[in-house]
Design a protein. Structure first.
Length: 380
């Protein structure tokens, strides 16, 4: 009990240090609380030192703000990003300084009010709604000289339809692919600073493999692989197509009961690796069996030895036998989970986060560029 308490206090102090340069209000409160409970003679000096350095950095911030208000010539302005329409029709709040508040990115203003078109540095167009003609490009509006239009799609090229109507309109591209001007992956691996095992591997495995499928199409390569795999392995199906829809909060707990998750992409295309890997498999604490781009594309982004690639087997039957063998050999099975000591995975799902992430690389974006043929670029 005692040691637990100490840890909590220390963490509070660490938070105090973190907040102190960003949120003035909360750090003052933190200090006050700290002082009440901890003020002892040997610590007085430390408190004094902290207080002084705090006031000093606060003055620096105030000074900088005055600077901003006084002259806008010497300091860069905010980067303003206008999202022309929300992807897939769901709106999210942009109230307050979203990028700073939620993602620690300053100087980055997101907006979705089209009347602000004239002042936007970047205007982002999500392709899906353009393709369906639900939304239209404002080609009738005069484009400010410095404004750049961003074409955004996280779909594989095969699913973007005909792109030729969009030639000579866009200045930048935003996609999961590393060749895009702004790369927005579905997820990424993060190396841990210290080895850790705070992720508890679910031990209660009831099924050999699971697959959540919302869009089952017989002609998908993944459907054929599943049919063949299912002959030799007990695959539990979930999702709309299986008439077993999983509510959001049940997804990860359900998948965690499976040894393997079939992270099968609907389309095989270079670097097209989606949340099926990052969320459904990795976050659930199961081992992904992947079908998608070649192994090297997975190796470039996924933690080492974290997945099993369908292409590595000479037949689906051989894959099934290999998987069944692993369920009976804990040591070999766990070898696919050991990466968790050294890596974590981060999932990107929020459009606001993706947009905010443009700002830190804004100055490196090409300044004069026109996509004469969007299709050629998206052919990869
Ligand atoms: C700051 O910019 C605004 C408009 O963007 C302008 O009206 C104002 O004169 C500028 N202030 C200074 C001090 O340059
Ligand atoms: C930048 O944006 C923030 C948040 O919207 C705003 O408070 C600030 O005044 C803006 N700064 C400039 C220089 O426009
Ligand atoms: C968009 O901005 C205009 C002008 O600032 C304002 O009148 C309008 O109410 C805004 N619309 C929305 C939906 O916030
Ligand atoms: C393990 O899973 C089964 C269902 O497959 C469930 O009935 C049981 O309660 C679970 N046990 C634990 C300890 O979670
Ligand atoms: C953006 O693309 C348009 C073509 O539609 C072009 O006229 C304009 O010069 C480009 N702007 C920049 C900043 O690259």
């Amino acid at each position: 009990m005692m040691s637990n308490k100490n840890i909590t206090k220390r963490q509070t102090n660490a938070q105090f240090c973190y907040f102190h340069s960003t949120l003035m209000g909360s750090s003052i409160r933190c200090i006050a609380k700290w002082r009440k409970t901890h003020l002892q003679p040997p610590k007085t000096l430390l408190v004094l030192f902290l207080a002084i350095s705090f006031i000093y950095s606060w003055l620096l911030v105030v000074n900088k703000q005055q600077h901003l208000n006084g002259s806008n010539a010497s300091l860069p302005n905010n980067i303003t990003i206008l999202l022309w329409h929300w992807p897939y029709g769901t709106r999210y709040s942009l109230a307050g300084d979203v990028c700073l508040k939620d993602y620690g990115i300053s100087g980055c203003v997101l907006m979705d009010n089209r009347t602000l078109y004239g002042s936007a540095d970047l205007v982002v167009f999500h392709h899906f709604e353009l393709k369906l003609h639900k939304q239209h490009l404002p080609v009738h509006l005069r484009r400010p000289a410095k404004q750049r239009w961003v074409w955004l799609s996280l779909e594989a090229p095969q699913n973007n339809g005909n792109l030729s109507p969009y030639n000579n309109l866009f200045n930048l591209t935003m996609s999961y692919h590393s060749h895009a001007d702004v790369t927005v992956p579905y997820g990424k691996r993060l190396q841990r600073k210290k080895p850790g095992l705070d992720f508890i591997i679910p031990k209660n495995k009831s099924y050999e493999a699971c697959w959540v499928v919302t869009n089952y199409q017989k002609w998908h390569k993944r459907s054929a692989v599943f049919q063949e795999l299912n002959k030799n392995l007990n695959v539990q199906l979930y999702g709309l197509s299986a008439k077993k829809p999983l509510p959001k909060e049940a997804l990860l707990p359900t998948i965690s009961r499976c040894y393997f998750y079939l992270a099968f992409e609907n389309t095989q295309s270079p670097q097209y690796i989606t949340e099926k890997l990052w969320r459904n498999a990795f976050q659930a604490g199961t081992v992904p069996v992947v079908l998608g781009p070649p192994r090297r594309d997975y190796e470039a982004v996924a933690p080492p030895n974290s997945f099993i690639h369908v292409d590595d087997f000479k037949s689906i039957k051989a894959l099934a036998e290999y998987l069944r063998g692993l369920t009976k050999d804990p040591e070999k099975y766990n070898a696919y989970l050991n990466w968790r000591q050294d890596y974590m995975v981060k999932l990107y799902t929020d459009w606001r986060e993706r947009l905010c992430n443009i700002c830190p690389i804004y100055r490196q974006l090409p300044t004069q560029k026109v996509y004469e043929d969007l299709r050629a670029w998206a052919k990869w």
